[in-house]
Design a protein around this ligand. Structure first.
Ligand code: HEC
Length: 135
């Protein structure tokens, strides 16, 4: 009887745990951005010149996953396990410039890290260009 009880308790614990982890996997994981990045001032002025530079860099480096207009429909997107999100939506556009800069620079999981691959000003140009995706 004791053994039976132990088995019951054990399998219940496994069930509870797996439901818990499955649920976590379904939620987009919060991406914590350090405060100094959140409040960082974008040193590159928005405008045609920055958009032009940003568009060239974005098309070359980012569109394969994020799609030409940031909708997440790039050719590589289907092969990814993670969702790239939709850059036209408030969840993206309501973030500060510094948050987008930080995420681009540091990457996470399937999102590549661009630190050392793109100069800071180039990342700011891309951030400015990504603002044009807002609907
Ligand atoms: C290989 C595919 C891939 C490429 C290339 C790529 N990304 Fe991503 N990106 C992702 C994925 C996947 C996520 C979601 C990551 C996560 O939430 O853990 C993401 C997330 C992001 C985010 C955070 C979005 C949010 O809603 O907070 C930003 C900003 C971003 N990418 C910018 C860029 C920029 C800029 C480039 C090009 C310089 C780029 N990405 C290139 C796959 C990619």
């Amino acid at each position: 009887m004791k053994t039976f009880k132990r088995i019951m308790i054990g399998s219940m614990a496994v069930m509870v745990l797996s439901v818990f982890t499955l649920n976590l996997a379904a939620q987009p994981k919060p991406w914590v951005v350090p405060d100094n990045f959140k409040t960082m001032k974008n040193p590159v002025a928005r405008g045609d010149a920055s958009n032009k530079a940003g568009m060239a860099l974005y098309t070359k480096n980012c569109a394969s996953c994020h799609g030409k207009t940031g909708l997440g429909d790039g050719v590589k997107a289907r092969a990814l396990k993670e969702s790239t999100g939709d850059f036209s939506k408030p969840a993206f556009q309501d973030q500060a410039d510094g948050e987008l800069f930080y995420k681009t620079k540091s990457g996470r999981g399937e999102m590549p890290k661009y630190e050392g691959k793109l100069a800071d000003d180039d990342i700011w140009n891309i951030v400015n260009y990504m603002r044009t995706f807002k609907k």
